[in-house]
Design a protein around this ligand. Structure first.
Ligand code: HXC
Length: 529
C-alpha cells in the first residue's frame, strides 16, 4: 500500500496528523503522571519521579514502555472522575550495560503510587515476561500501599504479585529498591525478592505504621526509627543496602547486577582478565596476628585475594561478625562468606547464620561459586541465643552450604572450632577444595577450654594448678591447634602460605569451572526456616 503523507485524509475522515496528535497528547499526559504540582511536591521531598529514576537506571534510550495508557476500572468514591494514564506505575523493559532487564517504577504522584487492580496487572505482566524470557526484574517501590478505594480487589492484586515473586525466586534475579513508603502487606513483595535497597531519610518499610504501633503497644516511634533505611540495615537486616540518595541507590543496583547471570540457566558474566606474571600477595602474610585472641579485619584478607576493588559487600552493617558479598577473581564472579574476627571474635550467632544462609542460597541459585574465609571460635553461647533458636537458625547456614552445588572453596585462616568448623563449608558437607594457612587451629574448642575440661582433675590435684594448666594448654595446642591433623585426614587438601592464596584460588576455581553436582531427586528439601 502506498504510504500516505502526514496530514492526508484517512478512511474515517480524521487526518493522520490529528490521529498522531492524539497519540502525542496521550503520551504527554501519561508522562506527566499526577501533574506538575505533584511532581514538584515529589521533588521537594528530595525524591525523583518514577520516570526520572528509570532514566538513570537504564542505558540511554533503551526503555520500552508497556501499558502506558492503562487506567483503573474503579467507580467507587469518585474514582471514576480521577483517571491517570498508566495508573501509578511505569512498566516495561530496557537494558543495563546492554543486558535486558524488566522494570516497574511506582509513581507516587498518582494516588500516592497506591496499588490498584490495573496497577498490579501491569506489574504481573512484566514479571511474567521476565520469567519467560529469563531476565532480572527490578522494582522501584514508592507507594502508599493498597488503593484504599478499591478494597479487596487491590489486596488480590498484591497477592498476584507475591505469588509471581515466589515463582520467579531462583529463576531470575529480583531486586527491590524502596524509594518512598512501603507499608502494610506491600512489604512482602520486596521481602520475597533477592535484594532490597533503601534510601536514607526518604524510604521506610513496616507492616504497621507508628500510629498503629502506638495504639497497640503504646510505643512512640517515628517512621524513620520504626522502618527507615538505618533501622533495616542495622537492626532488622531487612534491607541489604542503604544508600545516601536515590542516585547512589540506582548505581548500586547497576553494580549489583554486574555480578549476576540473567537467570538460573546461565553463568555470571566474566570480565576479561589477563593473568599477571605473579599473583602472589605478600601483604596476606601479615594480617593474622601471632596472638590467637587478637582481632583482625577479614576484609583485609578479602582485599588481598580478589581482583582490585571488586568487592561489593552485602548487608554491611548487619550481623557484622560475618561478612558476605560479591567479588571477582580473575574476572569471574564469586560470592564470599567470611567470619569477621574484628566483631564478636567472628562467632556465629543467629543473625550471622541467617545472613550467611540467605547469601549462600542466592549464590547457589544463580551459579555463583562460593569462597569461604574461616576464622570462627564457635557458636555464641547464652540464653538469648538458645531461647531465640540458635539451633534452628544455625542449621539454616549448615543446610544452605550442604545443599549448594556450585564450586565451593574454603580457606581457614585461623580458628575452625567445634560445630562451626563443620558448618563453615567443611569438606564433610560437600566443599570442593579446603585450604588452611599455617596459622589455622582446627579443633573441638580453644586449647584453654579444652585443657580445663579434659585435665580438670589433674590440674586441681597439681601442686601448682596454674603451671599445670599452662602445661596442658601447651600440650593441647601442639596436638590440635594447627592444620596438620586435619590435613593428615584429608579434611584439608593443602596447607598454603598466605601469600599464595590468590594463586591457589584462581587455579582451584578454574579447575572447578565445569563442576556438575546434582542433589537427590525430590520435590524440594525442607530447610529449617
Ligand atoms: C489511595 C492514596 C493512598 C492509598 C496515598 N494516597 N495513599 N490513595 N490509596 N493507599 C493518595 C492521597 O490521597 C494523596 O492524594 C496522595 O496519594 C499523596 O498522599 P499524601 O498523604 O498527600 O502524601 P504524604 O503526606 O507524603 O503521605 C504518604 C503516606 C500517606 C504516608 C503514604 O498517604 C498514607 O498514610 N497513606 C495511606 C497508607 C495506608 O494506610 N495504606 C494502606 C496500607 S495497608 P492526592 O489526590 O491528595 O494527591 C496495605 C495492605 C496491603 O497496603 C495488603 C497486601 C496483602
Amino acid at each position: 500500500m502506498e504510504k500516505q503523507p502526514r496530514g492526508s485524509s484517512t478512511n474515517n475522515g480524521d487526518t493522520r496528523a490529528e490521529k498522531n496528535s492524539i497519540l502525542a497528547q496521550k503520551s504527554q499526559d501519561a508522562e506527566l503522571g499526577g501533574g506538575q504540582k505533584r511532581i514538584d511536591a515529589q521533588h521537594n521531598k528530595g525524591k525523583l519521579t518514577a520516570r526520572e529514576r528509570l532514566e538513570l537506571l537504564l542505558d540511554k534510550g533503551s526503555f520500552q514502555e508497556i501499558g502506558k495508557f492503562v487506567e483503573h476500572r474503579s467507580h467507587e468514591f469518585g474514582l471514576e472522575k480521577q483517571r491517570f494514564l498508566g495508573d501509578g506505575v511505569v512498566t516495561g523493559y530496557g537494558r543495563i550495560s546492554r543486558r535486558l532487564v524488566y522494570v516497574f517504577s511506582q509513581d507516587f504522584t498518582v494516588f500516592g503510587g497506591s496499588l490498584s487492580e490495573a496497577h498490579a496487572e501491569k506489574i504481573v505482566r512484566i514479571m511474567e515476561l521476565a520469567m519467560k524470557n529469563g531476565a532480572p526484574v527490578i522494582g522501584l517501590n514508592d507507594s502508599g500501599g493498597a488503593r484504599i478505594q478499591e478494597g479487596v480487589v487491590s489486596l488480590g492484586g498484591y497477592a498476584d504479585i507475591f505469588y509471581r515473586n515466589t515463582l520467579a525466586s531462583g529463576l531470575i534475579p529480583q531486586i527491590s529498591a524502596v524509594m518512598g513508603p512501603c507499608a502494610g502487606g506491600a512489604v512482602y513483595s520486596p521481602a520475597i525478592t533477592d535484594f532490597i535497597l533503601m534510601v536514607e531519610n526518604t524510604s521506610y518499610m513496616f507492616v504497621t505504621g507508628p500510629n498503629v504501633v502506638k495504639t497497640v503497644t503504646h510505643e512512640e516511634v517515628s517512621s524513620e526509627e520504626l522502618g527507615g533505611a538505618m533501622t533495616h540495615s542495622t537492626k532488622s537486616g531487612v534491607t541489604h543496602f542503604r544508600d545516601a540518595n536515590e542516585l547512589q541507590c540506582i548505581r548500586r543496583i547497576q553494580q549489583l547486577l554486574s555480578y549476576m547471570p540473567q537467570n538460573c540457566e546461565e553463568d555470571p558474566p566474566q570480565l576479561p582478565y589477563s593473568a599477571k606474571e605473579s599473583e602472589q600477595r605478600p601483604a596476606l602474610n601479615n594480617i593474622v596476628p601471632d596472638n590467637p585472641n587478637q582481632p583482625y579485619d577479614m576484609r583485609e584478607v578479602v582485599a588481598g585475594i580478589v581482583d582490585t576493588d571488586s568487592f561489593l559487600e552485602v548487608h554491611q552493617d548487619y550481623a557484622e561478625n560475618i561478612i558476605v558479598g560479591f567479588a571477582r577473581l580473575g574476572g569471574r564472579s564469586i560470592g564470599i562468606v567470611g567470619n569477621q574476627p574484628a566483631s564478636l571474635a567472628g562467632v556465629l550467632d543467629i543473625n550471622a547464620s541467617k545472613k550467611g544462609a540467605r547469601f549462600v542460597r542466592f549464590c547457589d541459585s544463580f551459579n555463583i561459586p562460593l569462597l569461604v574465609l574461616e576464622d570462627v571460635p564457635g557458636f555464641l553461647p547464652g540464653t538469648d541465643q538458645e531461647w531465640n533458636a540458635i539451633i534452628t537458625n544455625g542449621a539454616k547456614l549448615l543446610y544452605a552450604f550442604s545443599e549448594a552445588t556450585v564450586p565451593r572453596v574454603t580457606v581457614i585462616t585461623r580458628k575452625a572450632y567445634g560445630g562451626a568448623y563443620d558448618v563453615m563449608n567443611s569438606k564433610h558437607i560437600g566443599a570442593d577444595m579446603n585450604y588452611a594457612w599455617p596459622s589455622a587451629e582446627i579443633a573441638v574448642m580453644g586449647a584453654k577450654g579444652a585443657a580445663e575440661i579434659i585435665f580438670k582433675r589433674e590440674i586441681k590435684q597439681a601442686e601448682n594448678p596454674e603451671e599445670q594448666l599452662q602445661k596442658k594448654v601447651d600440650e593441647y595446642t601442639e596436638t590440635f591447634a594447627n592444620p596438620y591433623r586435619a590435613a593428615s585426614r584429608g579434611y584439608v587438601d593443602e596447607v598454603i602460605y598466605p601469600e599464595d592464596t590468590r594463586t591457589k584460588l584462581l587455579l582451584a576455581f578454574e579447575m572447578l569451572e565445569n563442576k556438575v553436582d546434582k542433589l537427590p531427586k525430590k520435590k524440594h528439601g525442607n530447610i529449617p526456616l
